[in-house]
Design a protein around this ligand. Structure first.
Ligand code: GDP
Ligand code: IMO
Ligand code: MG
Length: 424
């Protein structure tokens, strides 16, 4: 069966972009299934580094088709900027990038509502990326959203936008005391997208299902991470989509029976951007060192990422809900300087030690992480490409994670570049 899904196992930024780029030569199609330009997927080779927000991370491989599925929410302005960037780099986009006609659009009012809501929530704010993701998914589920296909019919677009903006203006003004948006200016701007986007728009589900019948291989690229999933994450501090494996089926129209590999992308420690519970967070010099060595600053917003030890309780949970067949352990090189490395193997709550990840916020915010301590390897492993060239302590660290989760690490990453990888 020919579908592999790449899924963030933590709170995003695990290194999904690197893994998708790395595996792209083995497939015919790379497809994004959820999220939007809140994602920032970094790809590095030689001395080049690029960050993609909407376009799938297979785009730098000429033989690969790239699909933006129906489950993604698309900001047309961000999309066109990214298409331009790829073209300027000399890569062909026409005929290779396919955009679902059913995908919903992010409009300026979504960003404005999000900004007003976050400001009003003050200390309880989620700390979103400000890309309008939540409000766009709200409209999708309220059945009042604007879709890619609507961009292709100016009359329909005008009617839908007028209705939506009038409603949003009422909310902005009366609920948040915020400035209203200019209906005509938005319509004038967005009617111009029809010719720009038309060459890329298609029925991507038909395309993918035909590809599967023809024996083609698909790599589905998740954005964000499982702990940011709207159902399974640390609600309400989550995103508004399904980064977990089910999102691949609903966000692309691929039946689950075609999926034969789900790779959990695991950073060798933990990071989180934005607010919400984070049991193993380090607010000390070690956390600062992880941020400095790992360059832990958001690829989309530039915000410093919160850093902490690896959390196996959380990873066991995301391994179970996604059915990971294997994992990729990323950024192992970042741990190189540490004297000792801690790993959370249980949470203490309700008066006892548990390996179950609790679902309610109250408990999550108050669990006490129980750590096992491992010796560091104190050797620079950047760029190592074979297991036997890793220090014994680093190999033990990998084996310990595999044993706890009961699945193999088929990829170990020792640097940001494609070449800095151990494939097992
Ligand atoms: P994504 O959102 O999951 O694609 O991850 P991001 O691109 O947001 O963040 C991962 C960061 O780590 C990027 O800057 C990558 O270039 C970098 N990276 C990926 N793998 C490694 C690795 O093994 N070692 C180091 N040092 N950096 C890595
Ligand atoms: P990639 O794909 C890390 C976080 C935000 C915030 C929460 C909700 O690069 O791993 P949103 O804008 O989605 O409504 O914000 O989710 N978040 C991410 N954190 N990596 C991402 O994507 C993220 N996308 C959203 O910081 O806490
Ligand atoms: Mg990222």
């Amino acid at each position: 069966m020919p579908v592999t899904v790449v899924i963030g196992s933590q709170w995003g930024d695990e290194g999904k972009g690197k893994v998708v780029d790395l595996l792209s030569p083995e497939v015919d199609i790379v497809a994004r299934y959820q999220g939007g330009a809140n994602a920032g997927h970094t790809i590095c080779w030689d001395d080049k580094e690029f960050v993609l927000h909407l376009i799938p991370s297979g785009i730098f491989h000429d033989g690969v088709s790239c699909v933006i599925g129906n489950g993604v929410v698309i900001d047309p302005v961000a999309l066109m900027d990214e298409i331009e960037m790829i073209r300027d780099l000399g890569y062909r986009v026409e005929g290779r990038l396919l955009i679902s006609h059913n995908a919903h659009l992010i409009m300026p009012y979504h960003k404005r509502i999000e900004e007003a809501r976050e400001r009003a929530m003050d200390a309880g704010a989620i700390g979103t990326t400000g890309r309008g993701i939540g409000p766009a998914y709200v409209d999708k589920f309220a059945r009042t959203g604007v879709r890619v296909v609507d961009l292709l019919d100016r009359d329909v677009l005008k009617e839908k936008l007028t209705r939506s903006i009038e409603e949003k203006n009422a909310v902005l003004e009366s609920v948040y005391g915020a400035e209203k948006l200019d209906v005509d200016a938005i319509i004038d701007e967005y009617v111009e997208f029809d010719k720009l986007i038309d060459p890329f728009v298609t029925d991507t589900t038909e395309f993918l299902c035909t590809a599967l019948s023809d024996g083609k291989r698909i790599l589905a690229e998740g954005a964000q991470g499982s702990l940011l999933d709207i159902d399974f994450g640390t609600y309400p501090f989550v995103t508004s989509s399904h980064p977990t494996v089910g999102g691949c089926c609903t966000g692309l129209g691929i039946p689950p029976t075609h999926i034969d590999r789900t790779i959990g992308i695991v950073k060798a420690y933990s990071t989180r951007v934005g607010n919400g519970p984070f049991a193993t967070e380090l607010k000390d010099d070690t956390g600062e060192a992880l941020r400095r060595v790992g360059l832990e600053f958001g690829a989309t917003t530039g915000r410093p990422r919160r850093c902490g030890w690896l959390d196996l309780v959380a990873l066991r949970y995301t391994t179970r809900i996604n059915g990971f067949t294997d994992i990729a352990i990323m950024k192992l090189d970042v741990l190189s300087d540490l004297e000792e490395i801690k790993v959370c193997t249980a949470y203490e709550f309700a008066g006892k030690q548990n390996i179950r990840f609790p679902n309610d916020l109250q408990t999550l915010e108050n669990v006490k992480p129980i750590y096992d301590t491992f010796p560091g390897w104190k050797a620079n492993i950047t760029g190592v490409t074979a297991m036997e060239d890793l220090p014994e302590e680093a190999r033990s660290y990998i084996a310990m994670i595999e044993s706890y989760l009961g699945i193999p690490a088929r990829i170990v990453s020792t640097g940001p570049k494609r070449s800095q990888t151990i494939l097992r």
